[in-house]
Design a protein around this ligand. Structure first.
Ligand SMILES: [Mg+2]
Length: 121
């Protein structure tokens, strides 16, 4: 929809994709959720206008870190957020090193919207 902030979510778990879609539906975010990193990269390559991209860490085929590297090459200005149920210090540190925000799973609507609204550093 025109004027909305476009968000892409890449996660192999359907429940996470549905939760994100339901949360964003009544808001100013136009959120699209896909199940595979390859599909996510394809959409970014199409220049779909995404401002924020959230990616899961553990996915079949490609992990979230590799997805972030490739997404950055395609769209250097996009804001990236790593989401994971493996919220260890190591994973948080990896996210910090990559310069991306981190959101631990499971998360509720408030946590998701807080991270979407967070100002870029
Ligand atoms: Mg996963």
């Amino acid at each position: 929809m025109a004027g909305k902030i476009m968000v892409l979510v890449v996660d192999d778990e359907q429940v996470i994709r549905q939760c994100c879609e339901r949360t964003a539906f009544p808001t100013e975010f136009d959120l699209r959720a896909v199940h595979s990193p390859e599909e996510g990269l394809r959409l970014i390559k199409e220049d779909a206008g995404f401002k924020i991209v959230l990616t899961d860490l553990k996915m079949p085929g490609m992990d979230g870190m590799e997805f972030i590297r490739q997404a950055r090459q395609l769209a250097p200005d996009v804001r990236l957020v790593l989401i994971s149920g493996f919220a260890t210090d190591e994973v948080r540190e990896q996210a910090r090193d990559m310069g991306v925000d981190f959101l631990a799973k499971p998360f509720g609507p408030k946590e998701l919207l807080d991270i979407l609204w967070k100002e870029e550093d």
